[in-house]
Design a protein around this ligand. Structure first.
Ligand code: COA
Length: 258
């Protein structure tokens, strides 16, 4: 599907979504949010898509935040509606996607950009990446889940400090804090991200989806994560995928989940 603010490509099961407003450091305006929602919908619906990479166009930014130029016209209700719509249409939908969606962070990941990266299942960053939640500079707080997901990923004290000071941190500090899993050179970022996804694609896709659901249950106050794990573990039994995985082990061969 053609987009105006995104570039997409599908190769060997990996769908790459590139936010493409490099002259505005890929800031998330209304169109980007709507198109990201449609692209994530494609990940859910298209059987050819096994997993996805989310990245930004150009050498400078993953996403430098929500588009600040759209803020001035909003009142309290408008601000709340913007956050609610974005969380619902994009951020929570990415987080709950049963197919892996991984962020390849190639530069600034600020405000909504850091929040977008955090909504993905995990993150790789290039050496030049910079992270921050600078909303207090604008008299705002994060609205796309940042107060929650940053706290989950780096802990309360560091999350408080980062959000109250608006300080930016580099990729290596982000790795030390657990915000990103790997730091790469700019040239190898996409390939290294895809290498990890290729390993995941050799595993049972149904089970991979249940890993995502079970881990997410830990952060969902309406669920008991242990009870959810028991249910999801049970759901895996009797699937063709589980029969193939177990048969392959017994027959001392690699499983074929295709
Ligand atoms: N919203 C809208 N436009 C943005 C933007 C955002 N979040 N971030 C960057 N841009 C635009 C700039 O206005 C500029 O546009 P222009 O060329 O038409 O003037 C263009 O992107 C390039 O940014 P610029 O500021 O010139 O680049 P820089 O290298 O000097 O600085 C940043 C980079 C990221 C430090 C700086 O752009 C910045 O602080 N951005 C805002 C970050 C932020 O507060 N994000 C949270 C929003 S809630």
């Amino acid at each position: 599907m053609p987009y105006e603010t995104l570039l997409t490509s599908l190769e060997n099961g990996i769908f790459t979504i590139t936010i493409n407003r490099p002259d505005k450091l890929n800031a998330l305006n209304k169109s980007v949010i709507e198109e990201l929602s449609a692209a994530v919908d494609e990940v859910y619906q298209n059987k050819e898509i096994k997993c996805a990479v989310l990245t930004g166009a150009g050498p400078k930014a993953f996403v430098a935040g929500a588009d600040i130029t759209e803020f001035l016209s909003l009142d309290a209700n408008g601000g709340a509606a913007l956050a609610a719509k974005g969380q619902d249409m994009v951020f929570n939908t990415i987080e709950n996607c049963p197919k892996p969606i991984v962020a390849a962070i190639n530069g600034f990941a600020l405000g909504g950009g850091c929040e977008l990266a955090m909504s993905c299942h995990f993150r790789l960053a290039s050496e030049n990446a910079k992270f921050g939640q600078p909303e207090v500079n604008l008299g705002l707080i994060p609205g796309y889940g940042g107060t929650q997901r940053l706290t989950q990923l780096v802990g309360k004290g560091k999350a408080m400090e980062l959000m109250m000071t608006a300080h930016m941190i580099d990729a290596n500090e982000a790795k030390l804090l657990g915000l990103v899993n790997h730091v790469t050179t700019a040239d190898t970022l996409l390939n290294q991200t895809k290498n990890i996804l290729e390993i995941i694609m050799t595993k049972g896709p149904y089970a991979v989806g249940k890993v995502i659901a079970a881990v997410n249950a830990y952060y969902d106050n309406s669920k008991n994560g242990f009870a959810e794990e028991i249910k999801l573990f049970g759901d895996c039994f009797g699937t063709d995928e589980m029969k193939e995985g177990v048969a392959a082990f017994m027959e001392k061969r690699k499983p074929d989940f295709s």
